[in-house]
Write a protein that binds this ligand. Sequence first.
Ligand SMILES: Nc1ncnc2c1ncn2[C@@H]1O[C@H](COP(=O)(O)OP(=O)(O)OP(=O)(O)O)[C@@H](O)[C@H]1O
Ligand SMILES: [Mg+2]
Length: 253
Amino acid sequence: MIEIKGIRKSFGSLEVLKGIDLTISKGEVVSIVGPSGAGKTTLLQIIGTLDKPDTGSVYIDGIDVTRLSQRKLSDFRNRNIGFVFQFHQLLPEFTALENIIIPAYIAGTPKKAARQRAEELLQFMGLSDRAHHKPAELSGGEKQRVAVARALVNSPAVILADEPSGSLDSKNKAELHQLFFDLRAQYGQTFVIVTHDEGLANITDRTIHMRDGLLELSTLGSTGEGDDITDVLHTGDEQDESLESQSEAGVRA
Ligand SMILES: Nc1ncnc2c1ncn2[C@@H]1O[C@H](COP(=O)(O)OP(=O)(O)OP(=O)(O)O)[C@@H](O)[C@H]1O
Ligand SMILES: [Mg+2]
């Protein structure tokens, strides 16, 4: 699913990533932990095609995204990768529903289908009655769930999250963490989550320790677990058909 080979990155004379190799399987929920300044955000931004490495490759479903042109890249990102940041970064002048719909419009999804998908996601997040509230009228936990829904609207195969629960209290934090696993079970997405939260790191399939621009040896490579997401995907008989077909499209993407 995600294969990272020989990633190096410097900012001026500061070498931030010193040769990162990492393989993440489809449907795996991986956490990246490590001290401040270790290079976690830089690595996540490179995986998410928001930044380019100096050397090395990032393959997502067999495509080396470091070689894509700028135009192809924004389209690839919009369709295949969902981002969740520490602070929700919702657009303040738009409602929850509109914030979720916008990336679908950018992807060229017809209006009616986009709205239906956004409404389904709001329902999945338990936020149907907040659809027409603007971010300022939502709680911190609600805003973060809207941000997750926005990340999911185009059914990306990969969700990248940088300190997603950093600004939440313990109850909202626990709910958000549970949500990641519910989403993996329902839609089969792959999650890479940078976190300082030990509780979250402990429940992920694998924890990658990063220090000083390198991964610690014990966390290299894939465990091989989680290779076959189809078991997980097909456990929910009651799942909504259109969501299922879209999620499968997302997983194939
Ligand atoms: N655009 C940039 N220009 C210059 N230096 C940068 C840039 N981005 C990051 N750095 C530096 O690179 C190093 C790694 O930063 P990064 O944000 O990846 O760390 P991190 O592991 O995410 O830390 P934290 O846990 O504090 O978020 C830091 O020393 C930081 O100051
Ligand atoms: Mg960071």
